[in-house]
Write a protein that binds this ligand. Structure first.
Ligand SMILES: NC(=O)c1ccc[n+]([C@@H]2O[C@H](COP(=O)([O-])OP(=O)(O)OC[C@H]3O[C@@H](n4cnc5c(N)ncnc54)[C@H](OP(=O)(O)O)[C@@H]3O)[C@@H](O)[C@H]2O)c1
Length: 312
């Protein structure tokens, strides 16, 4: 396993992480335990969750954090735990967003569910247009000073919001966000235009989410209708499983096969060949998938191959 610094921070994360948005909602304790144990055995240290994950389970939102905390037990000290706050955790307008009031409550709930007294990376899940970024950063900085949070990051910020947050933190000497978690994969490359340059300029690492486009980039779904998994059951299937996208993955798969690799290798290898990427946090439904994903992450593409993929 390769370990990388997240942005220009001192936080070291495994190049292959583990996303846990399927914990509790799709995976029982037994199944999630199998996934987690395999990941840890293979050197995965970076685990990503969110307060809101777990909807659809009997516990509801919060259940992914609870299951992860329960399954980790004493092993918590050997991992880097990343979680997020900001999406609605209840009906009230007070139970969402990035205000100081909510952050202070949300962090205590996450710490309790995760059975820990510190969060390694605490991420704003989505921009909160109602709260000035300075208020958010001051509240997060207080958590860092209190030892409850070690580093802060954000997710789904536009490039201008990334720059705004960075400069606000620098100007007021507050903890600077070190990472941007963004939808980024072989099929969805929009952040290359401005978010990635912003992150490179200001020293943030990118944590790509949906790195496999919910399983589509494993190549298991075929235009003939083959392929089973969460994507086939989700509302995203209609927008992802289009003729145009099947055409694109056929071209990408051919490119990989010409180099004696598979589409899955390309999905991981292409992301990890970009130094700005910190950790690829695919979720997995089984220990087998974890093994395949860790093995797939070994390929580093040559500059010529990266140029060729840019045109595919
Ligand atoms: N910040 C945000 O707004 C945001 C949004 C979404 C997600 N995330 C984070 O990103 C993580 C990853 O996202 P995601 O899980 O939704 O999408 P993903 O990583 O693109 O897809 C993962 C899914 O693909 C399938 N899969 C994984 N490895 C496979 C393999 N080797 N062979 C075949 N199938 C395989 C599994 O589902 P099946 O077995 O059911 O097919 C797995 O759950 C989440 O857990 C979460 O931590 C963040």
């Amino acid at each position: 396993m390769e370990y990388r610094r997240l942005g220009d921070s001192g936080l070291l994360v495994s190049a292959v992480g583990l996303g846990t948005n399927n914990f509790a909602s799709r995976l029982s304790d037994g199944a999630a335990g199998g996934v987690l144990n395999q990941a840890l055995e293979l050197g995965v240290t970076f685990l990503d969750t969110a307060d809101v994950y777990g909807r659809g389970s009997t516990e509801g939102a919060g259940a992914s954090e609870s299951q992860l905390g329960r399954l980790l037990g004493e092993r918590r000290q050997y991992v880097i735990l990343a979680t997020k706050f900001g999406l609605a955790m209840g009906e009230s307008v007070q139970e969402r967003g990035a205000s100081r009031e909510w952050i202070v409550r949300a962090v205590e709930a996450s710490l309790r569910r995760l059975r820990t007294d510190y969060i390694d990376l605490y991420q704003v899940h989505t921009p909160d247009p109602k709260t000035p970024i300075e208020d958010t950063l001051r509240a997060l900085d207080d958590l860092v000073k209190a030892g409850k949070v070690r580093w802060v990051g954000h997710s789904n910020f536009a490039a201008w919001q990334i720059v705004d947050a960075d400069w606000t933190a620098r100007t007021h000497t507050l903890a600077r966000p070190i990472s941007a978690q963004m939808h980024y994969n072989l099929l969805v490359r929009g952040i290359q235009e401005d978010v990635i340059p912003a992150c490179q300029s200001f020293g943030l690492g990118i944590i790509p989410y949906f790195p496999l486009e919910s399983g589509f980039l494993t190549g298991k779904y075929r235009s003939t209708g083959e392929g089973r998994g969460r994507l086939a059951e989700s509302a995203r299937a209609v927008e992802i499983m289009t003729d145009a996208n099947f055409g694109r993955i056929e071209r990408l798969e051919r490119f990989a096969l010409e180099r004696k690799r598979r589409l899955l290798d390309l999905a991981f290898g292409w992301l990890l060949s970009q130094p700005v990427v910190g950790s690829v946090i695919a979720s997995a439904s089984s220990a087998d998938q974890v093994r395949l994903n860790v093995a797939a992450a070994e390929w580093r593409l040559s500059p010529a191959d990266m140029d060729a993929v840019a045109g595919l």
